[in-house]
Design a protein around this ligand. Structure first.
Ligand code: FAD
Length: 289
């Protein structure tokens, strides 16, 4: 099923992200994770693509597992370090496996990467165009409520986001954020600038102290005072931190929904217990209109 269809009737949706393992011999562990998470019946499940365009086969394998558990898969695909032939081969394989949804991404710039003169894919919008030319896919893309780290400013970032959407992107998934006001302001700005596709809010439950440091380094997102206080108080006690992280994420989602945001994506970090706890905390809310 196409994700555009799932998002169409403005109901509440909660989707999950899962990442494939780094080594093939762990693929069955990730499949078990998918099976566990499927019990919560997420609206769809996205499967990440290896950094620097690696391990395409792993993403395909896990996307197939998502599908065989009765959940719609969303396959991530990055282009910066890929050739056009490689992109065609990966997209055609998705087509053969009846995977309808692709999150089109540029990918991070690897350390020491030199941009060749005749580069085919420099930005995600070029990948969107390429995928649309290959087949009838529902294509999504990434967006950044606190501005992409390489962007000069928000205006430029949103202008390029609009260019990407105008190429045929049907939904956007946001980078994680911990401060809902940042997302709500960004959402409003997108609407003012004519970006009218569904914007799915990306929520990362922080369940251990080490994770937040790394997540912030990678994502450039700000951390509200309230969350710093939680870290100070519970950061050294793993069980308490996990419980506080789940509750913080659940409260964030409830507040977003109260503000009219109906589409949520949970960065599960492959932790079914965390994903299921959040879903339990939302059980009546998900069924509401
Ligand atoms: P782009 O849309 O190309 O934007 C990158 C930068 O270029 C921005 O600063 C933008 O403003 C600017 N820009 C865009 N178009 C133009 C233009 N025409 N001219 C000049 N500048 C322009 N990475 C992975 O490796 N694997 C994954 O599975 C993965 N999944 C992700 C999922 C989500 C929801 C998010 C938010 C990120 C994900 N990433 C993943 C990370 C992502 O690849 C990086 O954030 C990357 O740095 C940017 O990708 P993008 O698709 O947003 O790029």
């Amino acid at each position: 099923m196409k994700i555009s269809q799932i998002l169409k009737d403005n109901k509440v949706t909660v989707s999950f992200e899962v990442f494939p393992p780094k080594q093939w011999d762990k693929i069955n562990d990730t499949k078990i994770t998918v099976q566990e998470m499927s019990k919560a019946n997420p609206s769809f499940m996205s499967v990440t693509y290896g950094a620097a365009g690696t391990r395409a086969g792993f993403t395909q394998e896990i996307a197939n597992e998502v599908k065989s558990n009765g959940i719609t898969p969303l396959s991530h695909l990055t282009c910066l370090t890929s050739t056009r032939d490689k992109i065609h081969s990966v997209v055609n394989e998705l087509k053969e496996n009846n995977i309808d949804n692709i999150l089109a991404l540029r990918g991070d710039i690897p350390e020491g990467f030199e941009f060749p003169d005749n580069m085919y894919f420099e930005h995600a919008y070029q990948l969107v165009n390429e995928i649309k030319a290959i087949g009838d896919f529902c294509v999504g893309a990434a967006c950044y409520p606190e501005v992409h780290p390489e962007s000069k400013n928000r205006i430029e970032d949103i202008e390029y986001l609009k260019q990407k959407v105008d190429c045929g992107v049907e939904f956007l998934t946001s980078q994680m954020f911990f401060d809902n006001d940042k997302f709500l302001n960004f959402y409003e700005m997108c609407r003012i600038k004519g970006i009218n596709v569904p914007i799915i809010a990306g929520i990362m439950p922080i369940t251990n102290a080490k994770q937040i440091k790394r997540s912030i380094e990678l994502s450039n997102c700000s951390v509200p005072k309230k969350f710093h206080k939680i870290m100070e108080r519970f950061g050294d006690d793993p069980d308490s931190m996990k419980q506080a992280g789940i509750i913080y994420a659940t409260e964030q989602i409830i507040d977003l929904m109260a503000n009219g945001i109906n589409n949520i994506h949970i960065y599960t970090m492959n932790k079914p217990d965390v994903a299921l706890s959040i879903m339990n905390g939302l059980s009546h809310i998900i069924d509401s209109k």
